[in-house]
Design a protein around this ligand. Structure first.
Ligand SMILES: NC(=O)c1ccc[n+]([C@@H]2O[C@H](COP(=O)([O-])OP(=O)(O)OC[C@H]3O[C@@H](n4cnc5c(N)ncnc54)[C@H](OP(=O)(O)O)[C@@H]3O)[C@@H](O)[C@H]2O)c1
Length: 309
């Protein structure tokens, strides 16, 4: 029994060492003085660690979070950990276009610049409900909300160039499909619904590629990424045993934030745009993401859906 347990322990340790050595790490020490950064979903997980790192680099960091108590706690924790008092919380619920518009107009009123926008917030909750805008909730939080937010902030980001937009996608975009006739309707079956997350993450990559074409020559880049398999609250709906196993084998949120941070600060990426990264390395995204016609049609549909009625 002791030999068996020792074997399990050594295997686990070897895995952890391999994992640590093969995970991408942002090693550059760029400072971000006088830069304004917005991180969505910054109260926990990858977003919190990203915001903390950028605050440590002396940026002004705006935490865009849906829950006021969690947002304020995250702000206070980041100020305490970094000594940077220039960290602010602003309410943003990506499941509501009204909230996205209110957030964006507050930013346009209170800030003179936005240099980096990190569309990090996301949900994987398996819930087939509709939002107040009559859209599937997961698709609105993961795609339509960030689409509208980015479009509303774009004039200011362009005026602040050089700028960077970073969209947190997922490896699961590879299993996604875009059905333009149904993407804005509730799933009709459990199977269809189980694919909404992957579909929304494919939409993130298509949006990134399409936006990068629009932004050529503006000094603003846009890239997307897979953060790795990361032990965060996104798995909060999993059974306790699964969450325990996830916490043992997946990346920590700090490790999971490295590719986002790399895209936000690495000087060698200043002209890189429309690309997909994993473990801080540019990687090929799925073939579907190269379909320019699909990207155009998704853009047109997203424009129509998010336009003010
Ligand atoms: N963890 C992974 O293994 C993994 C893998 C691939 C991709 N990703 C992506 O990484 C990103 C960050 O996820 P995470 O793993 O750090 O998960 P997380 O810990 O659950 O963080 C997600 C963040 O998004 C926020 N959010 C959810 N719904 C929102 C809404 N309606 N409006 C505004 N904010 C909202 C959450 O706020 P609340 O705390 O209030 O819910 C939270 O701050 C997501 O886009 C996710 O799809 C994660």
């Amino acid at each position: 029994m002791i030999i068996y347990l020792a074997g399990v322990f050594v295997t686990y340790l070897t895995y952890k060492i391999y994992h640590k050595m093969s995970s991408g790490k942002c090693t550059c020490n760029t400072k971000l003085n006088n830069k304004v950064v917005i991180v969505t979903g910054a109260n926990t997980g990858i977003g919190f660690e990203t915001a903390k790192d950028l605050a440590r680099r002396e940026a002004k960091v705006i935490l865009a979070c849906r829950d006021q108590a969690k947002g304020i706690k995250a702000r206070d924790d980041i100020i305490k950990a970094t000594g940077n008092n220039n960290v602010a919380y602003k309410q943003l619920d990506l499941a509501s276009f009204k909230s996205v518009r209110t957030f964006a107009s507050q930013i346009l009123e209170t800030e003179t610049h936005v240099h980096i926008l990190i569309n990090n917030a996301g949900t994987g909750k398996l819930d087939n409900s509709l939002t107040e805008d009559n859209l599937p909730i997961e698709m609105q939080i993961n795609h339509f909300g960030p689409f509208l937010l980015t479009k509303l902030l774009l004039p200011m980001i362009k005026n602040s160039a050089p700028g960077r937009i970073i969209n947190v996608s997922s490896l699961l975009h590879r299993y996604g499909t875009i059905d333009l006739d149904n993407i804005h309707k509730p799933a009709k079956s459990w199977l269809q619904h189980s694919r909404v997350y992957s579909n929304s993450k494919l939409a993130n990559v298509l949006f990134t590629k399409r936006l990068s074409r629009d932004l050529l020559g503006t000094g603003v880049t846009v890239n997307c990424l897979h953060p790795g398999a990361v032990s965060t609250d996104i798995f909060r709906h999993q059974p306790t045993l699964s969450r325990f196993l996830i916490s043992l084998v997946f990346k920590t949120p700090e490790e999971g934030a490295q590719t986002t941070i790399h895209l936000a600060v690495s000087p060698e990426l200043c002209d890189v745009t429309g690309k997909y990264f994993s473990d801080c390395i540019e990687t090929a995204s799925s073939c579907r993401t190269e379909d320019k016609e699909l990207a155009d049609k998704l853009w047109e549909l997203s424009d129509k859906i998010t336009e003010k009625k």
